[in-house]
Design a protein around this ligand. Structure first.
Ligand code: C5P
Length: 275
């Protein structure tokens, strides 16, 4: 195998409960995570020297030096490789772009070399373990406890990023840790998408208010999503600024996306399936 390609889907936190803070400053999370059918693409080729080339509509400003998570992922495997990254997801956007790229690189290298993914993926970032799974999961601890969630109904969504980068540490710094209840120990067996959305409406993203304090435009995004016809729930993902709206079917989501794209031409807006 000379070149192996892998898809790096956008990660969406349907819920994100911050349940505590460790002595080292990292926060304990309880999050229901799903993945979208929109994302980046990586192609990996073993080479004498590691190198990263970034193309695609979101390539501008992506650093290609050794600090890029993709090259750090290659280094973690103890090999060297040339990576082409086709960037479709905005960066610093709460949808795990860099983490998903790193996870896709690790999956491609493991397939190519017939070797398991190395230990220590958490050192690349708290979202990398869940991105290794790349399907519906519950994420706890600081991100290292990942368990697959079976039977999650397919969701139809609009994803919106108002093109303001939100640095995750800044959002966590604004968080005042109260005694936030975690999600229930046992997740319910949802009867269908409507049932799941009603349950989601009772849960939270505890980083949403701190992120709005950092970037007030996020409140506008949630409000605009919430008034599009058919929107069942509008919430922010991760530490923002990307928000998602949930709809009954693909057609309603797609017409909401078109309507919003016409109104806000500078924003990144996609309709997507989440699973
Ligand atoms: O692990 P990652 O590099 O994605 O984390 C970025 C920053 O987000 C950390 O430096 C930390 O400030 C914050 N964070 C946190 N608790 C987590 C994950 C991230 O406080 N569980």
């Amino acid at each position: 195998m000379t070149v192996v390609e892998a898809f790096a889907p956008a990660k969406i936190n349907l819920t994100l409960h911050v349940t505590g803070r460790r002595a080292d400053g990292y926060h304990l999370l309880d999050s229901l995570v799903v993945f979208a059918d929109v994302g980046d693409r990586v192609s990996v080729r073993l080479a004498g020297v590691s190198r990263l080339r970034v193309t695609g509509p979101m390539a501008a400003g992506v650093p290609v030096g050794p600090d890029n998570l993709v090259l750090r992922a290659v280094a973690l495997t103890g090999t060297t490789a040339e990576i082409s990254l086709e960037k479709h997801l905005p960066a610093a956007a709460g949808i795990g772009g860099g983490s998903s790229d790193a996870a896709a690189t690790l999956r491609a290298l493991a397939r190519m070399r017939g070797q398991p993914v190395p230990e220590g993926v958490l050192t690349l970032g708290a979202d990398v373990p869940v991105c290794m799974l790349a399907r519906a999961a519950r994420m706890c601890g600081i991100g290292e406890e990942v368990s697959a969630v079976a039977g999650l109904p397919l969701l139809h969504a609009v994803l919106i990023n108002p093109r303001v980068p939100v640095p995750t540490p800044a959002v966590f710094r604004r968080l005042t840790c109260r005694d936030n209840p975690p999600m229930p120990d046992e997740l319910p067996a949802w009867a269908g998408a409507g049932d799941l959305v009603r349950w989601l409406a009772e849960q939270r993203n505890d980083l949403q208010d701190p992120a709005i304090a950092e970037q007030p435009v996020i409140a506008q995004v949630i409000e605009r999503l919430g008034v599009t016809p058919g929107c069942q729930l509008a919430r922010m993902s991760g530490s923002g600024a990307t928000c998602f709206g949930l709809y009954d079917d693909a057609e309603t989501a797609s017409s909401a996306a078109s309507r919003l794209a016409a109104e806000f031409p500078g924003w990144w807006i996609r309709s997507a399936r989440l699973s």
